[in-house]
Design a protein around this ligand. Structure first.
Ligand code: CTP
Length: 409
């Protein structure tokens, strides 16, 4: 249980001459009202002593997975759970590489791997290391996963070279951390309905009409919103994913079941994110028994009669009553124009439009490239991991809820 109400910032300090500036950062964050817990790599302790951070923060300083036998087996996960934000400043090329590759060789890398908290990284290194393709790729990996990179400044470096690589201004890093702390609670108390995954419409007891939706984006949004304080009901079609942490998950199979479960949660919801790929058509009369192969190759094949399913989101749009509604669109042409038609047709506040023609992205992949379309703008996002996309969607959701026309303030 939390000892106090202050948000917890985990400050990772790595082995670099700029490590002394992390002392100023720790002080700035403490002054801003944060509880600051410092994790140092072994190399960092050669530049600044743990006692300095201990004195500045009033908290124990963690330096190794193994220091205290009583704590050793839980240290990495306990720190990871406590963190509201993890900031690594200064971050060396080595630590950036470790985190990007998911290594867990020291306490800081292990904590970064284990935490669900947002990550802020403030690199500091020699200009050639900073510009090296390996570092570029590692930084790009972190950014695509949603990490905030506080770019280093240019100037004279400790090694005598001149160029980019100097740790950013401490105030700039502190501000980036404060923005992440605010974001960490910006959906507090919001009642959110998320629909996700495909629906399966039975043809007979063993066959169905379905689609390739994996549910990953919707699950990531549900989990991100819950992390930021929302009370989330996730209504999910059949997926291979575990229930997301901190959400009430309702599993359904057909469009009709999804409709019923969604309407129940909608009654109490402040906002809806409809990411489910709901079948538009279903077999009109599913067979009670398994359909048999025709007796001979010449026997005519019975056509499958289909009927429309209800458009769940359009129904919620018609009963909107001040709620914020975000829909998804999978388009293969005229992406923005088609998304805008859905926006107005279903009375939505935002459409996440997916260009399904981009090879290797979208359905079943871990990455997406989408355009966020509202009544007045279309924001084309870069290729993002589904988790990073979830963060952006939750940012827009929080902004829409804060807008004066929304039901909740
Ligand atoms: N939706 C829904 N219920 C349905 C169909 C769709 O709630 N029966 C929601 C989806 O969750 C999504 C949006 O509506 O948010 C997608 O709209 P839809 O009209 O189905 O568009 P697409 O399937 O993308 O494409 P098309 O225009 O070809 O139908």
């Amino acid at each position: 249980m939390r000892r106090d109400d202050r948000p917890t910032v985990l400050l990772g300090v790595t082995g670099c001459i700029a490590a002394y500036k992390a002392c100023e950062l720790a002080r700035a964050l403490v002054r801003e009202g944060a509880r600051v817990k410092v994790v140092m790599t072994e190399a960092a302790t050669r530049f600044v002593g743990p006692a300095t951070f201990r004195a500045l923060t009033g908290e124990p300083v963690a330096t190794t997975l193994w220091a205290d036998p009583a704590d050793a087996n839980v240290f990495h996960t306990s720190l990871a759970e406590e963190a509201d934000v993890l900031v690594v400043a200064p971050a060396t090329a080595n630590t950036i590489a470790r985190i990007a590759h998911g290594e867990a060789g020291d306490l800081l890398a292990t904590t970064a791997l284990a935490t669900e908290a947002p990550l802020v990284v403030a690199p500091a290194m020699n200009v050639h290391m900073w510009r090296d393709e390996a570092t570029r790729a590692n930084v790009a990996t972190l950014r695509a996963r949603g990490a905030v990179i506080v770019e280093p400044d240019s100037g004279e470096l400790a090694c005598g070279d001149v160029g980019e690589g100097r740790l950013a201004d401490v105030r700039t890093i502190a501000d980036a951390v404060l923005v992440e702390l605010a974001r960490a609670r910006d959906l507090a108390g919001v009642r959110l309905l998320v629909t996700a995954g495909p629906t399966f419409e039975p043809i007979d007891p063993v066959r169905f009409i379905g689609n390739r939706s994996s549910g990953k984006t919707g699950y990531a949004i549900a989990e991100e919103a819950a992390r930021r304080g929302a009370r989330v009901t996730l209504v999910s079609g059949p997926t291979a994913l575990p229930d997301p942490f901190g959400c009430a998950t309702v599993r359904v199979t057909t469009a009709a079941e999804m409709h019923a479960a969604a309407l129940e949660a909608f009654a109490d919801a402040d906002a809806v994110v409809a990411s489910a790929a709901v079948a538009d058509l279903r077999p009109a009369e599913p067979s009670e028994h398994k359909l048999k192969k025709a007796a001979s190759a010449d026997t005519p094949v019975e056509p499958l009669a289909l009927e429309r399913t209800a458009d769940i989101l359009a129904g919620m749009g018609a009963a909107k009553d001040g709620r914020v509604l975000i829909g998804f669109a999978a388009e293969s042409r005229d992406v923005i124009a088609s998304a805008r038609e859905k926006l107005t047709g279903k009375q939505l506040d935002l459409v996440v439009a997916n260009d399904i023609t981009v090879p290797g992205l979208g359905f079943a992949s871990d990455e997406n490239r989408v355009t966020l379309v509202d009544a007045t703008s279309a924001e084309e996002l870069p290729v993002l991991s589904k988790r990073a996309l979830a963060r952006v969607v939750c940012d827009r959701l929080a902004a829409l809820l804060a807008a004066p026309s929304a039901k909740t303030g």
